[in-house]
Design a protein around this ligand. Sequence first.
Ligand code: TYM
Length: 333
Amino acid sequence: TKTYLTGIQTSGMPHLGNYIGAIQPALAAADSNETLYFLADYHSLNTVKDPAKLREDIRSVAATWLACGLDPQRTVLYRQSSIPEVFELATILASVTAKGMMNRAHAYKAARDRNEAAGSTELDAGVNMGLFNYPILMAADILVMEADVVPVGRDQVQHIEYTADIAGAFNHLYGDTYSFPIPEGSYPEGQGSVLPGVDGRKMSKSYDNHIPLFMPENKLKKLIRRIPTDSTPVEDPKDPDTSVPFQLLTHFAEPERTDAVRKRLEAGGMGWGELKNELFEVLNARFGGMRARYDDLMAPGSELDDVLAAGAVRARERARATLAKVRRAVGID
Ligand code: TYM
């Protein structure tokens, strides 16, 4: 068995992209592997500045894991913030991480590119050190648990490569005494494995184009109805592969159902409205039961807090053991 680990930022209710990219594959791995899944609450502090919202978002991500089927007996579910060793390890890892590599990190570069495009002379405007250090903290999340496999969406490829690089740099220096296992990413297969949002870009909270997993039914219906489509008349042939509702459908409907819809769109006679109804039905059927469970878990007094407390104890034991070895290796013991 291998050790699987993944995290989700606590910056709002998880969305369909999080489900396809991480939650579903991570839960599938839980039957036959050791699994540790956590809430990246300190990571989200870079963007969530409202304490009440952050508290709510933390519960929301925990409730989502459980509602989607995580079994807390089998999988250790915990908050990053419960594990101080993560932050200690991040400091140690910073000492073996080249700044030049961090300068090339996608999220940081994207922020600078946006400033440049806007004609700003200060390319780092609006960038906090949390964003700059993000990849090191993420490496600490993974390495502190000695994870082998990290199930994530393809938008995280660079972060996983950085983690492997940082672990390699540490091992090169201290490998006689202690070596981290070099983790690998596990990504959903195939084309379109990065789910599009309602505007066709990658589904992301920061683009405000996402479909939250457990949106109330009437809101979900409205949101799907508002997905932009062109004005091809109902009877004309349409290209399913450039249609956002169709892309989403392929991820959540049975393959036979998707094929039937594809044929009808290509032949003409199926309108975008009907396609959207189809998508709504499929999503509502898939997530309706989980939504009810989610709502129960979000109610005050649910088992949520106990699950996280128990997970923190188990996760911390593991993190302590790693840190003892790491400290000894570097000479701070
Ligand atoms: P986050 O919180 O942005 O997203 C959580 C997971 O969802 C995946 N994902 C997607 N997959 C497919 N299509 C999409 N449109 C889509 N949007 C998001 C992400 O790839 C991710 O797997 N850096 C991480 C959080 C993190 C982490 C870690 C993950 C912190 N430490 C350690 C693994 C291990 C992030 O921002 O994910």
